[in-house]
Write a protein that binds this ligand. Structure first.
Ligand code: RIB
Ligand code: CA
Length: 309
């Protein structure tokens, strides 16, 4: 039984690898892809989403959402993902049209009053999800759960305290974390262990097909960036989040109470994880603490092999 999912993303080099994996996974029924401003501006992440789906020849609708966070100016990451958002890769113009519906309205159309609940995978700032929850309060009953790449129980990567996806729109993140929707948080505690080593990336060069080539080009780009910061491999942030939905058995998770800081001079965007239970508040998030890296690498290779040449 395929699991119906919507993927909200800000492509994005690692978002691209995550989409290559998710669109190949027999475990998932990708109902739609929605894009949000984050790694790059809204217009760039929107066309990147359409280009990726077109290039992979997948018949999945793509809708765009927010062009800026709900209360703050947009801070993009060209130093990580390049001016286009796609690193060194240039894909052909898309044939996939932009749906004439905003991401948050599509979330509503695909989830409320439906016989099967949809799982939401988020790979960027939570702006679209927050807008959807504000506009459609019933949405939280239509979404089975959210698996997000974001946050951490440890340190940050955009500030010493905050991970980028949360820091980019902390007010949106607070709305989502406080919503009561079951959340699995795939944060830096996990993704900084989800590394692809150079020999593993090189071994994928022999895999035929569009998906493998696109993913490997992005992996090499991420590898060059990550190793400059002392990592021994390419950090697979967003691919970890989609893997957590495809093969949850590869992960170690624990339930904790988590709130998002939105006011701290040095801590805005921090996911404050009550590891010691000192607040006595019920857990609202399944925090991912570890990953079976070998199993992850095997899954990446398997999914890349599923694309026709
Ligand atoms: O902190 C990593 C996250 O920020 C990833 O989703 C990456 O694509 C960027 O959006
Ligand atoms: Ca992303």
């Amino acid at each position: 039984m395929k699991r119906p999912v919507i993927i909200d993303c800000d492509p994005g080099t690692d978002d691209t690898i995550a989409l290559v994996m998710a669109l190949a996974a027999e475990e998932l029924d990708v109902k739609a892809i929605t894009t949000v401003a984050g790694n790059q501006t809204g217009d760039k992440t929107a066309i990147n989403g359409r280009k990726i789906v077109s290039y992979l020849k997948k018949n999945v609708p793509v809708a765009h959402g927010a062009d800026k966070p709900i209360m703050r100016p947009l801070v993009t990451a060209p130093h990580v993902h390049g001016e286009s958002g796609m690193g060194p890769v240039e894909l052909p113009d898309p044939v996939t049209p932009t749906l004439d519906i905003k991401a948050w309205d599509l979330f509503y159309e695909l989830t409320v009053d439906k016989s099967e609940k949809v799982h939401l995978i988020t790979l960027g700032p939570l702006t679209n999800v927050a807008i959807a929850l504000m506009k459609y309060p019933a949405l939280k009953d239509g979404i089975e759960g959210i698996t997000m790449m974001g946050g951490s129980a440890c340190y940050g990567n955009d500030t010493p305290a905050a991970e980028y996806n949360i820091y980019a729109d902390p007010e949106a993140a607070r709305i989502v974390f406080d919503s009561g929707i079951p959340i699995t948080m795939v944060g830096l505690d996990c993704t900084h262990k989800a590394l692809l080593m150079k020999d593993e990336i090189d071994s994928m060069a022999s895999v035929p097909g569009t998906g493998a080539k696109l993913a490997q080009d992005m992996m090499n780009h991420i590898y060059e960036f990550a190793t400059r910061f002392g990592f021994s491999g390419a950090v697979m942030h967003d691919p970890s989040a989609v893997t957590a939905v495809i093969k949850p058995e590869l992960f170690v998770t624990a339930p904790y109470h988590v709130v998002v800081e939105t006011k701290g001079k040095y801590t805005t965007g921090k996911t404050v994880v009550d590891l010691m239970g000192v607040t006595k508040k019920d857990p609202n998030v399944n925090v991912v603490l570890d990953i079976d890296r070998e199993g992850f690498v095997q899954l990446v290779k398997k999914l890349l092999k599923s694309y026709e040449s």
